[in-house]
Design a binder for this molecule. Structure first.
Ligand code: FES
Length: 116
């Protein structure tokens, strides 16, 4: 979104946009991000699968795990970690709910930690 302060959370959706158990693709700056609404809350990770680029937002969501629609690599929507190995990961972004608005941090969690 233009006019945002650097580091400010970005409004990406409203809570009615995404039912529990589903994901949607959003764009933050130049990054493709997958937003998920699960029983445990709202989470955001990279939308691009590190295997061959599959769209994780279109994957199958079960609990807090998403399965890539292309070749079934699985990732925790909370952390971006693989569930069946540790040879790949995707970045995770903090999500906040403010009233009816879903806000996502402009930078991934891991990148923020490395820069401190
Ligand atoms: S592109 Fe995601 S598992 Fe292959």
């Amino acid at each position: 979104m233009s006019g945002e302060e650097p580091g400010a959370y970005v409004r990406v959706a409203t809570v009615g946009d995404l039912p529990v158990g589903e994901g949607m693709a959003i764009t933050i700056g130049e990054r493709e991000v997958a937003l998920f609404h699960v029983e445990g809350g709202w989470f955001a990770i990279d939308n691009v699968c590190p295997h061959q680029g599959g769209p994780l937002s279109e994957g199958w969501v079960e609990g807090e795990t998403v399965t890539c629609p292309w070749h079934a690599w699985c990732f925790e929507v909370k952390t971006g970690a693989m569930t069946l190995g540790d040879f790949a990961t995707v970045d995770a972004f903090d999500v906040r709910i403010q009233g009816e608005e879903v806000l996502v941090a402009p930078r991934p969690r891991a990148a923020c930690v490395r820069e401190q």
